[in-house]
Design a protein around this ligand. Structure first.
Ligand SMILES: [Zn+2]
Length: 318
């Protein structure tokens, strides 16, 4: 048995784990992300966690793989910028860690790591082509073609959330553009829609939950919809239709074998997947629309770290 060391650098938590060849997490360690400190603080933390994990096993460890949000150059092992780590600028993670542990070190962005996890051990298994989406506060994606991650000419491929879907009068997006898919089908878009139905008095079950002190979040909107709230059901129909319209474009354009959707919003289950699938069937060409499988991600929050271990084993393919 050989193990790989996976590392997931999130906005609030970092996780390091030893992962088997079968994608099983054997041992893991967490710590808070030192997000407001210079990069060296995180490097020190990584060294500490990795050393602790490696001391934990007699098995051979083949390499270190990492998934990090932001603009990552996997060929150079450099984090150019990361939204979670505002002080980081062109940080070389590979050289110091490779030197310290004598193992190959690979990194890529977090959505691509998640996609690798799903591709090898989750909903994407055996897919030759796949679009892997994560839908939460933002909407990210990774594209798999011929079983490999497609990164694009400037490593920017997969910014699915920033497809313009409203051409005039759209909301301002975090990216600076207006009318991006993310402003409609991400968390903020969902909450804005829910508030609209609340104001119109069309979301009574949601209103009752809020009156009981529950916090307005997508999960609550999903619970209210499941309990039959008409406004909340409509919220998911609209969100699923926005997402499905953009995916119908992707289906026509890429003709993927599979679409895998994860992230917090995907937990709404069939409330979301129903209208997504229906919209793809309505809007995309018949042949690719009928053949594409639209599936929920299977590995949950562990996809990133399991995918990082795949990166550690396989390296970065050009
Ligand atoms: Zn945008």
């Amino acid at each position: 048995m050989s193990l790989a060391l996976g590392f997931d650098l999130g906005g609030t938590t970092v996780t390091a784990a030893l992962v088997s060849e079968q994608g099983e997490i054997l041992h893991s360690l967490d710590a808070p992300t030192p997000a407001d400190q210079p990069a060296q603080a995180t490097l020190d933390l990584m060294e500490k966690l990795f050393a602790e994990l490696l001391a934990h096993t007699q098995e051979s460890v083949v390499g270190i793989g990492m998934g990090i949000a932001g603009l990552i150059n996997p060929y150079q092992g450099v984090v150019h910028t990361s939204p979670n780590l505002p002080l980081w600028q062109d940080v070389d993670l590979r050289s110091p860690l490779q030197k310290r542990f004598g193992l190959p070190v690979y990194l890529d962005n977090d959505v691509r790591a998640m996609a690798l996890g799903e591709l090898h051990f989750g909903a994407g298994q055996d897919a030759e082509s796949m679009l892997c989406l994560t839908v939460g506060t933002g909407i990210g994606s990774a594209i798999v073609l011929k079983g490999e991650i497609h990164r694009g000419a400037t490593l920017s491929a997969g910014e699915f959330g920033h497809i313009t879907v409203v051409h005039q009068g759209g909301r301002l997006c975090g990216c600076g553009n207006t009318g991006c898919l993310e402003t409609l089908a991400g968390t903020q878009g969902i909450l804005l829609l829910a508030r609209r139905y609340l104001e119109r008095g069309q979301a009574p079950i949601l209103a009752k939950k809020l009156a009981q002190g529950e916090k307005l979040m997508p999960r609550l909107v999903a619970e209210a919809a499941e309990a039959g709230d008409p406004g909340c059901i409509q919220v998911w129909n609209e969100v699923g239709t926005w997402l499905g319209s953009a995916l119908a474009g992707a289906v026509n354009f890429l003709n993927p074998e599979r679409i895998v959707i994860g992230g917090g919003i995907a937990q709404a289950g069939k409330l979301l997947f129903g209208p997504v699938r229906q919209t793809i069937l309505t809007r995309a060409f018949a042949l690719p629309a009928q053949s594409v499988q639209v599936l929920a991600a299977q590995l949950g929050p562990q996809a990133g770290i399991v995918g990082a271990s795949v990166l550690a084993r396989r390296g970065v393919k050009a």
